[in-house]
Design a protein around this ligand. Structure first.
Ligand code: IMP
Length: 185
């Protein structure tokens, strides 16, 4: 399937439904093993990580709960400064709990770095990071990813929760968006 286009705005399929399904299952098994005997609290970063969270948590076999946080960056100019703001804070306290942050993609690392600092300041028992995708070429701040789905090249991707202008989140695969769609051609 990789290389074929099944949507007019998609240049290539980078990760098929089957590849994603298999990897998410493996991550779920690993997480379940590592947190055995502990209460796991998943923190999903809205909105992109929703699809990943929904699949991942169904492969977690230990007791777990989840909460949601939404962050916005202050736009292109200030993004490099790491200035971000909270659009929606967590509903539950993280104090004394084992937190696993669930993110769709780590690009510059600024969003995750901000969320990590925020959560650590609230005294959890532990914090780890689970990201479906990593684009290491674009990193501005170092971020340690404890559970990673796939490392991808520096291309703009959509699908499986990831969007461009709030579209394409419903695609079941991860594909490279045609540059002419986002003005990158
Ligand atoms: P960071 O703060 O630069 O690491 O940005 C992470 C956020 O940028 C992700 O949660 C996504 O919402 C968005 N993002 C980065 N790269 C892509 C991409 O290729 N496709 C869609 N969204 C992306």
């Amino acid at each position: 399937m990789t290389g074929l286009s099944v949507h007019k705005d998609i240049e290539t399929i980078l990760l098929t439904e089957e590849q994603i399904r298999k990897r998410v299952m493996e991550i779920g098994e690993k997480v379940s093993e590592h947190y055995q005997g502990k209460d796991l609290h998943l923190v999903c970063v809205l909105r992109g990580a929703v699809v990943f969270l929904a699949d991942l948590m169904r492969h977690i076999t230990i007791p777990c709960s989840c909460d949601f946080i939404a962050i916005a960056s202050y736009g292109a100019d200030t993004k490099s400064s790491g200035v971000v703001r909270i659009l929606k804070d967590l509903d539950d306290s993280v104090q004394g709990r084992h937190i696993l942050i669930v993110e769709d993609i780590v690009d510059t690392g600024l969003t995750l770095n901000y969320i990590l600092r925020l959560i650590r300041s609230r005294n959890p028992a532990s914090v780890r990071v689970c990201a479906l995708l990593d684009k290491p070429e674009r990193r501005v701040v170092p971020v340690e990813i404890d559970y990673l789905g796939f490392t991808i090249p520096n291309r703009f991707v959509v699908g499986y929760g990831l969007d461009f202008g709030q579209r394409y989140r419903n695609l079941p695969f991860i594909g490279v968006l045609r540059p002419e769609i986002y003005g990158g051609a």
